[in-house]
Ligand binder design. Sequence first.
Ligand code: ADP
Ligand code: MG
Length: 420
Amino acid sequence: MNSNEIDIHKELKKYFGFSQFKGLQENVIKSIVGKNNTFVIMPTGGGKSLCYQLPALIQDGTAIVVSPLIALMKNQVDAIRSLSSENGIAHVLNSSLTKTEINQVKKDITSGITKLLYVAPESLTKEEYVQFLKSVPISFVAIDEAHCISEWGHDFRPEYRNLRTIIKHLGDVPVIGLTATATPKVQEDILKNLDMSDAKTFKASFNRPNLFYEVRTKTKNIESDIIRFIKQNKGKSGIIYCLSRKKVEDIAEVLQVNGISAVPYHAGLDAKTRAKHQDMFLMEDVDVVVATIAFGMGIDKPDVRFVIHHDIPKSLESYYQETGRAGRDGGEGHCLAYYSYKDVEKLEKFMSGKPVAEQEIGFALLQEVVAYAETSMSRRKFLLHYFGEEFDSETGEGADMDDNVRNPKVKVEAMDNVKK
Ligand code: ADP
Ligand code: MG
């Protein structure tokens, strides 16, 4: 099929019910349908899934989608199945399937019903699966969360490093990489590891003009400072990120004692409690969730009004992802981070047990966080520059939305000098 013959707007409406593409979707889809290797960099919520789902649905053959998390794959498969009367249109292939289920998947692929096959990277290393996939028509391979391939990304997964070799076994199929991590280093790594320097690259802006960025010095009064902040934002939903489980528990308790409805969330809680606390937050039975970074993956609450970092994050990508959970609906989102150099030393000490190469990367990423916390320039400009994006701090969208721009430090110092 040829991209000119298909009316992709009509197909968008037919399958997804949307009348318009979002951002760069249309161009991405044309690139994929045109059989190009394609690289897509879009912030979370930008609509990356549709970029490969629609081309898969309208082309011959099966598209393989590599994704790191089984839970997210299942969600996507359910969502795709709900668009069609044909259950076999999408499948997950993983180690939890029975022999009968695997045979059904193979049957649906062979008969051309299956348009999307979701696989975890470790499943793709199974010789049996690779042999089978070699024998059927594959439209393309999409690699979601492609930053997992890079040690410079925030979620490095060694299994991702084998993907290129496996894909080559499948023959000459286009490869689509997708990520929400925009640092130039990670991008380079992805292109290199997937051997797709020829890829057509589509990068959306990472600017979130409705988010307000602020850094406060962390003092021993941090708890009363947070309580005051939350009380000033009464009734609004917010997330507080802490480094350790213990801190999560402590802060949640302090908030509760002070009459703030808050629940803890971390990987040390049993699955039932975690699910309950997450639901309480989503259903607005509580205003605040105090959490480790275990909280947030796949959470889509549109009206989170603040994200507080009790402890500094380990990288600016993490910071961007975590603060990005605020203001999804386009409304206000206050991103407040507490910073003390002691915390940096603590993180460095944590890392000192790790292999040297990992330590070096960890330190370098952390130094960028320090620079962000200590900068007196536009925080938005700083963040976007880190993602390889130019931002005009005078005329750009959201230019006045940070503490440094609102209250320039230099000017305050200058005023002090005048007074003296
Ligand atoms: P990402 O993977 O980039 O984080 P998703 O693929 O999960 O983003 O999409 C985010 C949301 O955007 C989903 O709810 C999806 O249904 C919605 N969406 C995607 N494309 C469109 C579109 N063209 N029009 C309206 N909503 C869209
Ligand atoms: Mg996604």
